[in-house]
Design a protein around this ligand. Structure first.
Ligand code: MN
Length: 211
């Protein structure tokens, strides 16, 4: 809650090399995310009645906020939430998907991890302009692929996030220029599936209307 601070990366800026380069990570985390944090704080600066609200509550109740902060909280609050998930869902060399409930749930929908990744890549490529591709779960544990524009989140849909992928050009342009497919293929090499399994395990208790 307010004042929001820059969450440190769980690894060094160069940890995801050569898949995602250190310079991109440094700017993405130290500049882009810092700016979202600063602008979210600015939006709430003169709204003490919302300063004890956790971020997911602000994002679930966007339409109940004072009109003048709805857009800033949606864009900058969404930016903070999305990036904190995204940076946590990666690790040096990635972590493999173990045999367990997440793997079973993926195979139930897509047949195999490879088939899921192919569809997830297609979803990431089909986001027009800037936005996010997601693997999400409903409160029964059923997985689906989801997309959001800009810095919108999965919170208003009350879905549990399992994986999210930033497909804004700032996430890959330095190293990959316009080659979003290459960026997505390289993201697959650094997915922390152990963390994804942790996130997925929260689906039974997820209810953003109660946060
Ligand atoms: Mn970003």
């Amino acid at each position: 809650m307010y004042p929001f601070t820059l969450k440190p990366l769980p690894y060094g800026y160069d940890a995801l090399e050569p898949h995602i380069d250190a310079k991109t990570m440094e700017i993405h985390h130290g500049k882009h995310l810092q700016t979202y944090v600063d602008n979210l704080n600015k939006a709430l600066e003169n709204k003490p009645e919302y300063q004890d609200w956790p971020l997911p509550r602000l994002l679930f109740n966007l339409d109940k906020l004072p009109q003048d902060i709805q857009t800033p909280v949606r864009n900058h609050g969404g930016g903070v939430y999305n990036h904190n998930l995204f940076f946590e869902i990666m690790a040096e060399n990635g972590r493999p998907l173990g045999d367990g409930p997440l793997k079973a749930a993926i195979e139930k929908v897509w047949g195999s991890l490879e088939a899921f990744l192919a569809e997830f890549k297609a979803a990431g490529l089909s986001v027009f302009g800037s936005g996010w591709a997601w693997l999400v779960s409903d409160n029964q544990g059923n997985l689906s692929i989801y997309k959001t524009p800009n810095q919108d989140t999965q919170i208003p849909a009350n879905l549990t996030p399992v994986i999210n992928l930033d497909v804004w050009e700032h996430a890959y342009y330095l190293l990959r220029q316009n080659r979003r497919p290459e960026y997505i293929d390289n993201f697959f090499n650094v997915i922390n599936w152990e963390k994804a399994e942790e996130y997925y395990a929260k689906y039974p208790e997820t209810d953003f209307s109660k946060v």
